[in-house]
Design a protein around this ligand. Structure first.
Ligand SMILES: [Zn+2]
Length: 324
């Protein structure tokens, strides 16, 4: 196979060849060679003209798209792969208008492609943050949006039923934790009541870790089980290295992306933008601190999403519309 491209221009050219796309996805999906999705058998024929495999065991035929997020989409891989490239490599994200313009699809198709790719980028790692010898974990929340008051009442009510909205204020709450110098985890929460912030820290951070937060009372109980240090924002300087600057930096990236690129985000979809920004943030460097380039990030994303299958209904929350 030809060498991997390094820029978006080259990626679009590179992936204009369907066979190159098939080989790329196959390599990420089956690092040890194609495997029959129906029976798991590893011996097969490749039907070159049809660009599909035929299993030697059960005789079923399969394409590289079968069982992946691309499965039921009429959009060719030649457009899916550059779209993924753009999504994981544009620092502030990419809009459906840019996808439409650069890849020659409708804006609506571009929107659905991005939603499906974002959903597939979700962090499904079960590794917790922190640990006895680790750097401190910063925990914080931020409010997103607040344009609800400009909206028609029926729309506002629908949005707050869909979750992610704070009752009266019209803002969504995102809670995040960042291991200093390491990875971030962020999630949309319904509100800040009932010590939900504490519960999330307990779920995602190893007990005994040092946790830095602001004065928000939802974290008070963390002194039980964690080394909880509270940032004093009033004093205006960082004392004993207790701060939440890392997670605040992540919030500003998230907000820049939301404000600059996305015209409007319904709260129902907010978690996908959070996941997308977290994916880019967490994959700036590898485990050894080496900076990842665009091709590395693309390969990583592709290996993560190639084995996932998402239906159209899962992407949109709707059933019965035409697929993208
Ligand atoms: Zn088979």
């Amino acid at each position: 196979m030809e060498q991997q491209p390094k820029t978006l221009q080259r990626a679009i050219q590179h992936f204009s060849d369907e066979q190159v796309c098939i080989d790329t996805v196959a390599k990420m999906r089956w690092p040890n060679g194609p495997k029959c999705p129906a029976c798991g058998h590893k011996e097969h024929y490749y039907l070159k003209t049809q660009k599909r495999w035929k299993c030697k065991e059960c005789y079923k035929q399969f394409t590289v798209k079968l069982g992946t997020i691309f499965e039921d989409s009429p959009i060719p891989l030649q457009k899916w792969l550059p779209a993924l490239w753009m999504l994981v490599n544009c620092r502030n994200g990419v809009s459906s208008y840019e996808i439409a313009r650069d890849l020659g699809v409708s804006q609506k198709a571009g929107w659905f492609m991005l939603q499906r790719l974002r959903l597939a980028l979700q962090n499904n790692s079960f590794v917790k943050l922190g640990g006895p010898d680790s750097t401190p974990v910063e925990a914080d929340e931020t409010f997103i949006g607040g344009k609800a008051r400009f909206m028609h009442r029926s729309k506002r009510e629908r949005m707050s039923r869909n979750g992610g909205m704070q009752g009266g204020s019209g803002k969504a709450v995102v809670m995040g934790m960042l291991q200093r110098g390491g990875k971030v985890r962020a999630t949309v929460i319904p509100d800040r009541k009932h010590n939900i912030t504490e519960k999330i820290v307990r779920e995602l951070v190893v007990p005994g870790s040092e946790v830095h937060t602001d004065e928000f009372p939802g974290y008070y109980n963390l002194k039980d089980g964690y080394i909880h240090k509270v940032v004093n924002h009033l004093e205006g300087y960082v004392k004993e290295n207790v701060h939440t600057n890392g997670i605040e930096n992540f919030w500003s990236l998230l907000k820049r992306g939301l404000g600059g690129t996305y015209v409007s985000v319904e709260p129902f979809h907010l978690f996908r933008y959070v996941d997308e920004q977290a994916f880019r943030f967490n994959n700036r460097k590898d485990e050894n601190g080496r900076k990842l380039n665009d091709a590395d990030r693309f390969n990583l994303a592709l290996s993560q999403i190639a084995g996932k299958r998402l239906t159209f209904a899962e992407v949109t929350g709707k059933v019965g519309e035409a697929g993208f």
